[in-house]
Write a protein that binds this ligand. Structure first.
Ligand code: PEP
Length: 255
């Protein structure tokens, strides 16, 4: 992580927490964050808890994010939520292209491109997820997959827009499995991704864009990951569901 890229840690709560549980967790994170600085923190609860978490963190350093969105502004799109609705609920961030959306809900690179474009034009920061499956890594095509995810997401976007995106490299084989990529594996793919940014845009864009790592990040592995040059933060699932564990991660990143 370099000085001009402020670390960013996001908690992806996935399909967990009632409204009351979400509010309690957000309040605990908010309280804990009063003693922690130098790191951007984003909580991404399910849609049903966005409003409650928004009021729980209001006026604090903690930001709100959603887990998905649709690119149209409004209309007959049953089950979908627009960027305007997310902003109205207090969101500043939105996760786009999470591997669970890609594998279980048919998310495509084209969808990721459209969603991230709509998020940017609404003023929301997209957290764009890229990453290969175990099968793809074993076949030796991990870089091709990450390239496709990256190119698919940024197609038609300006360098200025790309710098506003937070990318998350999440090897699918490390998500929710307890199997973290080694610091070297993560750094290697982050450097590759940064190289793609330079190739598609320029060095300033490559050096100015934040890339999170995601996949079984915990208090005992986060510090090692964060010492790596191209790792600017983490997207955290399981370990973001308990306030003490999440705050321990934030403390280690800040310290
Ligand atoms: C995620 O949901 O993006 C994730 C990385 O999950 P976990 O931390 O549980 O592996």
């Amino acid at each position: 992580m370099t000085e001009h890229r402020r670390p960013i840690i996001a908690g992806n709560w996935k399909m967990h927490k009632t409204v009351a549980e979400a509010k309690a967790l957000a309040e605990a994170v908010r309280r804990g964050m009063e003693a922690i600085g130098g790191v951007d923190v984003v909580l991404c609860p399910p849609f049903t808890s966005l409003a409650a978490v928004s009021s729980a963190i209001s006026g604090s350093k903690v930001a709100l994010g959603a887990q998905d969105m649709y690119w149209e502004a409004e209309g007959a799109f049953t089950g979908e939520v627009s960027t305007g609705m997310l902003m109205d609920a207090g969101c500043k961030y939105v996760i786009v292209g999470h591997s669970e959306r890609r594998s279980s809900f048919g998310e495509t690179n084209e969808g990721v491109r459209r969603k991230s474009a709509a998020a940017l034009s609404a003023g929301l920061c997209p957290i764009v997820c890229v990453g290969e499956t175990l099968e793809e890594r074993e076949k030796g095509i991990a870089h091709d997959v990450v390239r496709e995810h990256f190119v698919g997401a940024v197609e038609g976007k300006s360098a200025e827009d790309v710098r506003k995106i937070v990318f998350a490299y999440e090897p699918v084989w490390a998500i929710g499995t307890g199997k973290t990529a080694t610091d070297e594996q993560a750094q290697e793919m982050h450097a590759f991704l940064r190289g793609l940014m330079e190739e598609s845009y320029d060095l300033d864009t490559a050096l100015g864009t934040r890339i999170q790592y995601g996949g079984s990040v915990k208090p005992d592995n986060v510090a090692g990951l964060m010492t790596r040059e191209d790792i600017d933060g983490a997207l955290i699932g399981g370990a973001s569901l308990k306030a003490d564990v999440f705050l321990e991660i934030l403390t280690r990143v800040a310290g």
